[in-house]
Design a protein around this ligand. Structure first.
Ligand SMILES: [Zn+2]
Length: 478
């Protein structure tokens, strides 16, 4: 206990004293200067300890010798998920929060502010992949709770309600729609569709039956209309290598990439590999290989991404040239227009390449055959998400406060390559995310790791961003 104030204020300064020594009752964000905001510190040690204590529920594979070198296997709506949910509810209630649960089991813990209105939330998820780690999602929820604890410690009174959300089934691992519950809240899926999703692996459980079983089918309507959000901030590990490899400390996330998925079918003709010369073949596999290579080259040219993750060929015999190949194509960019531009180019080029014309060198060598046909099937369109500039600026300002003089190159604007609950909240509420580095960009893996320093940096940035946003909201009267 005696060390608490020391830990909060490791290097006391005159500004700190305003909080730590005199008139600590009800400090309002609207009365705080930028210096005072910068001086409010989370308790990094407590955050680390709390996070790993709840990782006892749903422990996965051990991957190293350290006490926390154990992965997570906390599938949504499992008994381990119930245990961590119970902890979340109990803990936030003990901090003075009102806790509400909606029909998707999303939990909203709200610390009252001075004047009503939809709360400013920190939100993320506590479910994991079957072979997941301790930081994906879990860090974001714990950081939100640490924010509330810090506000309580320092008796900070926000203008608007402030809270933490634990979203249900972000991962889509057990019930295979990811971000399904923030999706229902946003109106992207109906409640009925989400309730009826059946678990993978041949079981009969549905999301609804499991919500009922663990006692988290809440009375609140899962809807942005019935339960509006004032703003949503989500701290998350980057799940990629960019921050780590560029020496970045905090990613101020400005949105999420647009993507489109297609299934491409290449049709040629089956024939004998020994008796048919190259000139007389319609080799669908060879054509598909060239198309995939070309999608990569063209995406590089446009500064975006193209990937093939599924490939099927028929008949599948060593001595038969395959006459039928199907492959998936996933194209992504920050900008919808670039995704469309790449799609158009590839549609034109694929046809020509399959018929034997040379584009970009893919048919420059080898032997021209009889050609193949190409068919495109459209599967999914997810437009680019743009987060809210006010929220992004609050994240940047908070990160700069924390990092001090080195902040310039250590705070980076980034676009999320993966989906997150924030993509759905951003449809109906000002939203931004905070990324912190994770080792080698690894996630969805037991060895996923975010250092105590980076976890603390993320939570500290989250706190500063939420306080700043509360002040900004009051100024704007929103
Ligand atoms: Zn996540």
């Amino acid at each position: 206990m005696a060390s608490k104030s020391l830990f909060l204020f490791p290097s006391p300064s005159p500004t700190c004293r305003l909080f730590s020594m005199t008139s600590r009752r009800n400090v309002r964000t609207t009365e705080m200067s930028d210096e005072q905001l910068a001086a409010v510190k989370i308790n990094r040690e407590r955050l680390w300890k709390d996070l790993h204590s709840t990782c006892e529920w749903g422990k996965g594979e051990r991957w190293g010798d350290g006490p926390t070198d154990i992965g997570m296997s906390r599938l949504t709506l499992s008994d381990a998920d119930k245990q961590v949910r119970d902890w979340f509810v109990e803990t936030t209630k003990s901090l003075g929060c009102d806790v509400n649960i909606d029909a998707m089991g999303n939990i909203f813990a709200v610390r009252p502010g001075k004047r009503g209105g939809p709360p400013t939330y920190a939100g993320s998820h506590m479910d994991t992949q079957p072979t997941g780690g301790r930081y994906d999602g879990i860090l974001g929820v714990h950081a939100g709770i640490e924010v509330l604890k810090t506000m309580n410690d320092l008796d900070i009174k926000t203008e608007y309600d402030t809270g933490v959300i634990n979203w249900t089934n972000e991962e889509g691992a057990r019930f295979p729609i990811s971000m399904v519950s923030s999706g229902v809240w946003a109106g992207a899926y109906t409640l009925e569709k989400a309730h009826n999703v059946v678990e993978v692996g041949g079981g009969k459980a549905t999301q609804k039956s499991e919500l009922e079983k663990i006692g988290y089918l809440g009375p609140l309507e899962a809807s942005y209309k019935a339960n509006p959000i004032g703003a949503h901030f989500e701290l998350h590990i980057e799940q990629g290598p960019i921050l780590e490899s560029s020496g970045g400390k905090i990613g101020a996330v400005d949105g999420a990439q647009a993507y489109k998925w297609f299934t491409i079918t290449v049709k040629g003709k089956d024939c004998h590999t020994g008796t048919t010369d190259f000139e007389n073949r319609s080799d669908a596999m060879l054509a598909a290989a060239k198309l995939i290579l070309h999608s990569h080259n063209k995406a590089t040219e446009y500064g975006c991404l193209a990937s093939t993750g599924i490939l099927t060929l028929r008949p599948g015999s060593t001595n038969t040239v395959p006459g039928w190949v199907q492959f998936s194509l996933d194209i992504r960019s920050k900008e919808d227009a670039i995704v469309s531009k790449l799609e158009e180019s590839l549609k034109e080029d694929f046809q020509r390449i399959a018929s034997g014309k040379d584009i970009g060198g893919v048919n420059a060598q080898g032997t021209k055959g009889r050609g193949c046909s190409v068919e495109w099937q459209f599967d999914t369109d997810s437009p680019a998400t743009k987060f809210h500039e006010d929220c992004i600026k609050c994240v940047e300002a908070s990160a700069r406060d924390m990092l001090g003089t080195n902040a310039g190159s250590q705070v980076k604007r980034m676009t999320s390559g993966a989906g997150h609950d924030s993509v759905y909240t951003s449809r109906h509420a000002p939203t931004s995310m905070i990324f912190v580095p994770c080792r080698e960009g690894i996630s969805h893996n037991p060895a996923e790791y975010c250092s105590p320093e980076d976890c603390g940096n993320g939570a500290q940035t989250l706190l500063g961003a939420m306080l700043r946003y509360d002040r900004l909201r009051a100024e704007k009267g929103a």
